[in-house]
Design a protein around this ligand. Structure first.
Ligand code: AMP
Length: 217
């Protein structure tokens, strides 16, 4: 099982990626998480990424491609992976193709989580995340049991810097301009499946699993 999750910011890639990883026992590899971890650790990669992430812009292709290649070479990704937030540009998609072909394990499926823009805006403004373990909540539809604290590890939740309204607007524009064209890219290769991304996480998961079982044969 080697798949990419496509969708706008707030489409639910992180939530579905986690659920699918548990279901299929393969790693969920989210470039946003990898970059945020590097930023929190203050590494040179993190410092470079911060300049783009905080403004809602894309980190340069060569930087992100390097991060993903290294992560995909790790032993736990040998038997499959779920990529979330990568690729985001055509150059990234082509580089991923080349890398996977080289290692004899081509991509099986690209799952597009389809969500309308108004829903995306509402989800992103109400999103709260755990800075320690990365768990994600929604103030109304998926609140933590104790307000403001992570169910999983008890840390105080925060709003991602790039979930602020002015940055969200830029991220959605960047998505439309640079990432949406990838839907065609994968459709042309016969790899794209479209899944309605509204409803509860469990409802969406059921649709995604059905699409995977249909698409990965
Ligand atoms: P995400 O958590 O996927 O919303 O990513 C947060 C931010 O990290 C994005 O707004 C970008 O600044 C950066 N980022 C994550 N993945 C990529 C990627 N594949 N290419 C470029 N920038 C990325």
């Amino acid at each position: 099982m080697r798949l990419v999750l496509l969708g706008a910011p707030g489409a639910g890639k992180g939530t579905q990626g986690e659920l699918l990883a548990r279901e299929y026992h393969i790693p969920h590899i989210a470039t946003g998480d990898l970059l945020r971890a590097a930023m929190a650790a203050g590494t040179p990669l993190g410092e470079e990424a911060r300049r783009y992430v905080s403004r809602g812009e894309l980190v340069p292709d060569e930087v992100v491609i390097g991060v993903v290649r290294e992560r995909l070479a790790a032993p736990d990704a040998e038997h499959g992976f779920i990529l979330d937030g990568f690729p985001r540009t055509e150059a990234q998609a082509k580089s991923l193709d080349a890398f996977l072909e080289e290692s004899g394990r081509p991509l099986k499926l690209a799952v597009f989580l389809d969500v309308e823009p108004e829903v995306l805006m509402r989800r992103l403004s109400a999103r709260r995340v755990c800075p320690k373990c990365g768990a994600s909540y929604h103030l109304e539809s998926r609140p933590p049991k104790t307000p403001e604290y992570c169910d999983a590890c008890g840390s105080r939740l925060i709003q991602r810097e790039d979930d602020r309204e002015e940055v969200v607007a830029r991220r959605l524009r960047v998505y439309q301009a640079q990432t949406e064209p990838l839907l065609d890219f994968y459709a042309r290769r016969g790899l794209l499946v479209r899944v309605a991304g509204t409803g509860t996480p469990a409802e969406i998961l059921a649709r995604v699993k059905a699409a995977i079982e249909e698409g990965v044969k």
